[in-house]
Design a protein around this ligand. Structure first.
Ligand SMILES: [Zn+2]
Length: 125
């Protein structure tokens, strides 16, 4: 989130806080006349016109990978079980004994996935 001044400049969140007084008492021509609040969705080169810091974007920062857990059987194509997982969640899921036919004790899993062998493995999405 950042503020848009009437001169078209962008003002970052930090400057909005530190310059709250300037914004509040703007003369309308000093660059502190805020006309809108906006979200920087995906511009990774948007800079604050006051402090010149880069204004974080909602999506351009979003480089954290997510993982998909697939059920693998030797005789069939991989089947997606769960998507959009963090690495730790994907790992935890695949480390669960119930997600491998060798260690699974839940009859429901065998009913769903067959007698085996099968197991779950994750990959980056
Ligand atoms: Zn700033």
């Amino acid at each position: 989130m950042f503020a848009v001044a009437d001169d078209g400049g962008a003002i970052c969140k930090d400057c909005c806080e530190s310059e709250r007084e300037s914004i509040g008492t703007t003369t309308g021509r000093d660059g502190w006349c805020v006309t809108a609040l906006a979200t920087n969705w995906e511009d990774d080169s948007l800079f604050c016109s006051h402090c010149s810091n880069r204004i974080e974007s909602a999506y351009a920062e979003d480089k954290v990978p997510t993982y998909v857990v697939n059920l693998l059987r030797f005789d069939q194509p991989a089947e997606k079980v769960e998507t959009g997982l963090t690495l730790s969640k994907a790992k935890a899921m695949c480390n669960d004994p119930e997600t491998s036919s060798e260690t699974c004790t839940d009859p429901g899993m065998f009913a769903k996935w067959g007698p085996g062998p099968w197991f779950m493995a994750f990959t980056e999405e």
